[in-house]
Design a protein around this ligand. Structure first.
Ligand code: NAP
Length: 495
């Protein structure tokens, strides 16, 4: 494993302390300070951006052929896999997530680099139908320097989904991790730095710049050399970035928040649905953009289904992410745990009934950690704030429905449109509902499954632009048209 990042960050191809405010990263399982990272300042962003622009334009990077650049991506993927256990342990310490989940995220990041390498080797520029005595071509070129700004919930996966296509596209990247979870991005930075140096490529192709979003993130977005932003995070932040990108007339992809409906029809396989609904909201302690946080159950099944669900949720094992039998780990930070608790208090004020959870777990094991019990609430209308706003924690609101039109109206009555789950044995109903619900991803008889080869995008306030899928590199390139005269036929004004 490359050295576990202590306090240095990656600026302009070199590891050194940033000149910004220090960040004390905390293990949310017990509140212990893991390390102090000396974060980036605006001056550091300036230095990193200039060096990145130079690196992107350097012939040894710019002139690489696709299969040569793909080789670099394969090496990064291999190195991530080789260090997957260490990356997993680091991410569990930083985010609180279970080791099982962080291991899967590290391996998925390796897979993202490999898939992107394959996409790069097979991507074709087009010879377009000609309408005159010339060949016409549509080709793709690097943008130059791109900014990648990520949230704290799945750092290595979010980083890989931006870094791999951006590098494949021939760019240099300024990566900003979330303030609460900078460590795994710095570790990934060590891996990429070693691969670039080993291949004789400019190490300034990647900068890792932790720091406050309003300072460091904003400086990246507004920097004149940054020609594209890949952002994942909250809708409010995304909207601000979209405004700043519009001022500069640069593209920005925005992967934002959600409040996704999970629908259990009367004809569902109940066992499958119970397991899927619980996994959909309580895995990652609900800190997932696609968490199935609004549960719609048909009236005919509601009481029995929700009753059994609550029994099972009470039995979920809450504990530290390092414990092999933990199902619900601590939240990322004590401040976030308190924000989640405040939403449950709001639900009570709104008239909701807390059927289970609704508090931090008691006992010595939990005393110093950012824990919150998995919580199920019912008795609220879909219009309640608790049903409309993203809580981003282990909180499920249960609602009943009688007919499909009413269900669709309620499910779509949300600012968000990220994901949806449908549990049914009726294939026609699944297809019909899947098309009627406004969501970028619909899971039928499964939930929270991902494939790098399948595009991912949000509708409405859940985002703009697409990540993943065969065209993932194109989002980090500029398109250019070439007209190439093929005979000596004179142009209209020739003598
Ligand atoms: P956030 O507060 O929006 O922060 C996301 C990132 O943006 C962080 O690195 C943050 O830095 C930075 N940032 C904050 N203000 C900024 C500014 N003015 N300019 C540039 N960057 C700025 O979101 P979060 O609380 O970290 O993450 C949770 C949100 O992410 C949820 O809404 C969740 O649904 C969403 N999410 C979406 C997806 C998806 O694919 N759709 C996936 C995962 C998460 P600091 O950490 O320093 O504030």
């Amino acid at each position: 494993m490359p050295r576990i990042p202590a306090d240095e960050i990656l600026i302009a191809g070199h590891w050194r302390r940033g000149r910004g405010l220090p960040i004390h990263t905390v293990d949310p399982a017990d509140g212990a300070v893991l390390t102090t990272v000396h974060a980036a300042s605006v001056e550091d962003v300036e230095e990193a951006a200039r060096a990145a622009a130079g690196a992107a334009a350097a012939p040894e990077w710019r002139d690489l052929l696709p299969h040569q650049r793909a080789r670099v991506l394969h090496r990064i993927g291999d190195a991530i896999e080789e260090h997957a256990e260490d990356l997993s342990a680091l991410q569990t310490a930083d985010t609180g997530k279970t080791l099982g989940e962080t291991r899967a995220l590290a391996l998925s990041a390796a897979g993202t680099f490999r898939y992107t390498a394959a996409a790069l080797e097979t991507a074709e520029d087009a010879l377009t139908p000609s309408r005159g005595p010339y060949l016409t071509m549509s080709v793709h070129e690097p943008i130059g320097v791109v900014g990648a700004i990520n949230p704290w919930n799945s750092p290595i996966a979010s980083d890989a989904q931006k870094l791999a296509p951006a590098l494949a596209g021939g760019n240099a990247v300024l990566l900003k991790p979330a303030e609460w979870t900078p460590l795994v991005s710095l570790a990934l930075g060590r891996i990429v730095h070693q691969v670039l140096a080993g291949a004789g490529l400019p190490t300034a192709l990647l900068a890792v710049l932790p720091g406050k979003g309003s300072i460091v993130g904003d400086a990246i977005v507004r920097h004149p050399l940054v020609g594209r932003i890949g952002f994942t995070g909250g809708t409010g932040t995304g909207r601000g970035i979209a405004h700043a990108a519009a001022d500069k007339l640069i593209p920005a992809s925005l992967e934002l928040g959600g409040k996704s409906p999970t629908i259990v029809r009367e004809d569902a396989d109940v066992e499958q649905a119970l397991a899927g609904v619980m996994y959909g909201i309580f895995s990652s302690s609900g800190q997932s953009c696609v968490a199935g946080s609004r549960l719609f159950v048909h009236s005919g099944l509601y009481d029995a289904f929700v009753g059994e669900l609550v029994e099972r949720v009470r039995k979920l094992r809450v504990g530290p992410g390092t414990s092999p039998d933990t199902q619900v780990a601590p939240l990322v930070h004590h401040r976030h745990r308190d924000a989640v608790a405040a939403y449950v208090d709001l639900a009570r004020e709104e008239g909701g009934r807390v059927l289970c959870g609704g508090a931090a777990p008691q006992g010595k094991r939990y005393a110093k950690g950012a824990y919150y019990l998995p919580t199920v609430i019912d008795g609220l209308p879909n219009s309640a704030r608790t049903c409309q706003e993203e809580i981003f924690g282990p909180v499920l609101v249960a609602l009943r429905y009688d007919d499909e039109d009413e269900l669709v109206a309620q499910a779509n009555d949300s600012d968000f449109g990220l994901a949806c789950g449908i549990w049914t044995r009726d294939a026609r109903a699944a297809r019909r509902l899947g098309r009627r619900i406004e969501a970028g991803t619909v899971w039928i008889n499964t939930y929270k499954q991902f494939s790098i080869s399948t595009p991912f995008a949000g509708m409405k306030d859940s985002g703009l632009g697409t990540e993943k899928g065969r065209d993932l590199i194109r989002a980090y390139q500029r398109q250019k048209s070439l007209y190439w005269g093929t005979d000596s036929a004179p142009l209209p004004w020739a003598n």
